[in-house]
Design a protein around this ligand. Sequence first.
Ligand SMILES: [Zn+2]
Length: 252
Amino acid sequence: MNQNMHLRLLQAGQPGRILAALVVTFLLTAAGSFSAFAAPQGTLDRVSAEGVGGWAADDASDTPVSVVLVAYADGTMNGVEIGRGTAAQERTNPDNPAESGPHGFLIPVDWESLAGNTFQIEAYAEENGTRTRLYGTLAYEKPQDDATAEEAPAGETYVGSFTTTAYCSCKKCCPSGSSLTFAGTVPTAGHTISADLSRFPLGTKLRVGDTVYTVEDCGSAVKGNVLDIYFPSHSEALQYGRQTADVYLIGG
Ligand SMILES: [Zn+2]
């Protein structure tokens, strides 16, 4: 009931309708305060990589309140349920006796499994199939990993995590006895690399760590995500052993 309606009724000079309007106003006020008393109340007040927390309680009983989290991803209008829990954790707030007691909740959320990057989160207390919105809306943004291996520098393309092995020109490493690479070049440390030629043709430049190598060789054991790095001596090759490295294609 608003002021304008009262005003209009007064101007019309109809005392009976004014009285009716006042009664309706009173009933609406009474109904409003009754439902506010009976419905669960609570607040959404924290969000982190682990989940969403707050408190919810039902004035009418000591039964813990069920809480449902709903999120809207990337500004969309479609709310998706992202978690459920029970408000039953002990919590104290001197400023609000209603939330003090076993009414806190922290509902785990697996953000990575959710589509989207930014989320507007709402919470509802659920009781007898009826949902009551808890106070507050929270915002969460998935952390952006700037240092992921997949993020390649300009001019390079990340091609994957590779097993890197080492070889030299000795008979053990090269039974063929050839002192030249498959490409016909003289193998050079810090430059020559052996790769799966079906994936990286001769001449392909690949960066492993801080070194840019050129594919000049191949080997029966060098298939798929394996690279064999040339070393000038067998002992250095042995010392390198077998490692795992992120590999980037130059000029890809
Ligand atoms: Zn060797």
